[in-house]
Design a protein around this ligand. Structure first.
Ligand SMILES: [Zn+2]
Length: 295
């Protein structure tokens, strides 16, 4: 009896290990890239506030903690729906009132709602007080905000409801079996690093920063802008996200598609743009938050 239980448990472990892990945003590298771009663009006031709020072991390096929100997803069960937005199948539009809710229909529980919430929490920051003594844990608020502004820029984080943002669409990335969502979280970035950037994020960040000050420089101010004098503008990013998901991520992909050079070459520019926009906008948001408090 005991032996049978062990065998069943072992089999179960094998089955669970074989299942693709459900993904919740850019992989570690994508979040590092977004946060490194952002950190280089912070105002003096925002740099001071971020350093003040970061735990001492992060030694002023925001990007080292930009995947923290994925790591605490199991400890903070309530946070799982805050990484994405599900939109109606094939509509290719996003509407906050219609779409920003969790599976139980609780309003504001989506990545756009979370960005608004952690922005308002961080607006209570006062340089003199400790990060945990007030109403909120502002260190966690900073780490959540930095992660979620990255996530909302991953097009399939504003994907369709029935395929859970491409999580249920099986594909091959070259020869490897995966799901479409994972291709956008991890595989395109990994392949770019392997092919172009000597396997590192630093070179990737350098290349994107060159485009931000070069080819894209005329557009950057537009990326940073926030309508109606708001401090955070996740609705703009989410609308762009579902458009990119329809125009690029889902396009010409069906169950069991094999995605290789054609897909990689045509989609990498979209990934590059979204990573750059994520970094520029995270910095702009933090600058608005902490600039306002400095006055
Ligand atoms: Zn995430």
């Amino acid at each position: 009896m005991e032996h049978r239980t062990t065998v069943i448990l072992l089999l179960l472990a094998v089955v669970v290990a074989a299942l693709p892990a459900p993904s919740h945003g850019w992989g570690v590298d994508g979040h590092i890239i977004v946060c490194q771009i952002a950190q280089g663009r912070l105002s003096d006031a925002a740099t001071k506030a971020v350093n003040d709020l970061l735990p001492s072991d992060a030694s002023g390096n925001l990007s080292s903690l930009c995947s923290w929100a994925d790591k605490v997803r199991f400890r903070y069960h309530w946070s799982a729906p805050l990484h994405f937005i599900d939109t109606p199948d094939n509509l290719c539009t996003y509407n906050y009132d219609r779409d920003c809710k969790d599976e139980e229909g609780v309003k504001d529980r989506c990545v756009a709602g979370a960005i608004n919430n952690y922005t308002s929490q961080l607006l209570t920051y006062a340089p003199s007080s400790s990060s945990s003594s007030g109403q909120y844990n502002l260190t966690e608020a900073l780490l959540f905000l930095s992660h979620f502004i990255g996530d909302v820029h991953q097009p399939l984080h504003v994907g369709f409801s029935s395929d859970r943002g491409g999580n249920t669409i099986d594909v091959h990335w070259y020869r490897r079996k995966t799901v479409l969502h994972h291709v956008w979280d991890v595989n395109i970035i990994e392949t770019a690093e392997k092919d172009y950037y000597d396997k590192g994020t630093d070179e990737f960040v350098d290349a994107l920063n060159k485009n931000i000050t070069g080819e894209w420089s005329g557009k950057v101010q537009g990326w940073e802008e926030c309508s109606k004098n708001l401090t955070a503008c996740p609705d703009i990013y989410a609308s762009e996200g579902i458009t990119a998901a329809c125009d690029w991520a889902y396009k010409n992909v069906t169950e069991d598609s094999t995605l290789s050079d054609d897909y990689f070459d045509s989609r990498l520019p979209v990934v590059n743009l979204r990573l750059a926009q994520g970094g520029v906008r995270l910095a702009a948001t933090l600058n608005r938050i902490f600039g306002q408090k400095a006055k």
